[in-house]
Design a protein around this ligand. Structure first.
Ligand code: NI
Length: 193
């Protein structure tokens, strides 16, 4: 089932998400619905707060970047297996010289801005079977994880911008929160005051 994606301005996006336990009610269906919702919106990542649930869960799938239109491996061929579920995830290390990348977010349609993040991370998490991992990621994979992990802590990519840049975007962000945006997927808007 496709779930409406919460817009910028929704208080759930500013909340610190809670850990979940094995046997969390409806978890399997929720994960399936989140994948369906993410694919429908052409996203590479989606965090549970974005569909209104303040729990430490996010999903990623960057595997489409591993192949070109003809099915040939691209320079991002290593992303082929980068389809994952992260539960109770915590980034425990970030290192290297921060690099810029133009990020977007399904909760903030039509805005893309350069965000600086460190290139290498170590993350502790559990998969959909609550098996525990501590893994290292770098490059684009690390970038996607950092963005989604931020959602669990109530942080959006626009929060990383300079105060000046944010000020320039204020009107646009207000419009998005009011649904004044051209979006092709299902959203639920909460106007900011
Ligand atoms: Ni996002």
């Amino acid at each position: 089932m496709i779930l409406p994606i919460r817009s910028y301005g929704d208080p759930v996006l500013k909340k610190m998400a809670e850990d979940i336990e094995p046997g969390h009610p409806g978890l399997k269906q929720l994960i399936a619905d989140m994948f369906e919702t993410m694919y429908e919106a052409n996203g590479v990542g989606l965090a549970a707060p974005q569909i209104g649930q303040s729990i430490r869960l996010f999903i990623v799938d960057a595997s489409p970047f591993a192949e070109d239109e003809d099915g040939k491996p691209t320079e991002d061929a290593h992303l082929k297996d980068f389809k994952k579920v992260f539960i109770n995830a915590y980034i425990v290390e970030e290192e290297g010289e921060a690099w810029p990348f133009e990020e977007g977010c399904l909760s903030i349609p039509s805005i893309r801005e350069e965000v600086y993040r460190e290139p290498k991370i170590v993350i502790q998490y559990q998969d959909e079977n609550f098996k525990e991992y501590e893994e290292e990621f770098d490059g684009f994979a690390a970038r996607v994880i950092q963005h989604e992990h931020d959602h669990l802590d109530g942080v959006l990519f626009v929060d990383h911008l300079t105060p000046m840049r944010r000020r320039l975007l204020k009107g646009k962000l207000r419009d998005i929160s009011r649904g004044k945006t051209d979006v092709k997927y299902k959203m639920r808007f909460t106007p900011v005051k």
